[in-house]
Design a protein around this ligand. Sequence first.
Ligand SMILES: *[C@@H]1O[C@H](CO)[C@@H](O)[C@H](O)[C@H]1NC(C)=O
Length: 275
Amino acid sequence: MSSITRLPEHIIQRLPQSVAQVARTRPLLLALGIVGTTSSLYYLINDYFRFKALGKGGVPNNITGYLQVLLITPLARRQSRITDTSDLENIVKQIREQEGDEAVFHRLKLEERRGERPEVRGIIPQRQTNAASTDEMRKKLVSYIGSLASKYPTLLRASPSSLEGETDALFVQRHPSEAFASSNELSSRILSSTAPRSELTHIHPTEGSLHVSLSPADSMEVIRKGWGTRHRLSGKLEMPVSYTLVYAPQNEEELEVVRRILRAGVEYVTGCKVE
Ligand SMILES: *[C@@H]1O[C@H](CO)[C@@H](O)[C@H](O)[C@H]1NC(C)=O
């Protein structure tokens, strides 16, 4: 075998001393080392450009941000498993057994979404890489979260995202027990970790998808019926386990479904009924 991988002597003589030593005694090891290093480098460079292409959001869109994401990658859900809802299923089962059906908070009954799921990439930021919304669709969504905030000013507030920078977001104003009379309350089971930094949803400016805080049961419904997917850090690093990416709506019909999903998120996080 070593005759196949042995390098010609005139080449070996040009190599640095230490490498030449390995080339003479362990040619195969040297070959593997070179292939390994080159392909890891190739992978990293490609991976960096894929990260750059996702645009702004959460971490700086440069090498610093890329390294931050690399560090948390071992914690994140695998890209190939972001439609897996088995852990949510267990949580829902547990809530049902311990606290009853009401506490499960399954608000959404959705139709199956038509067509292929869009391609989703990235951890921070997490974005669709195809099937973006039109600008018009995105503006309608932004104006919808604005209208929810003005309709329920004691409950909700629209302002720039604290998680992703300058993009439009909807926040929980304060604890619902202070904000609303009990007649509006749906559930007393308000989890403190349901919305990271009180941010209920934000809309991604580049492609029109959204991150939304939903109940575990509603998150499952959204993912199973094809309307969204898991955040790769859901349930990790203080992110709610049911934090969900909802795909960018393509038309009025889909926009209406996304509005329903948003209302379900508002109701879950605030515990109050909204229309
Ligand atoms: C990346 O961007 C951030 C924020 O804009 C900045 O603080 C940091 O120095 C940049 N890093 C590099 C390597 O340019």
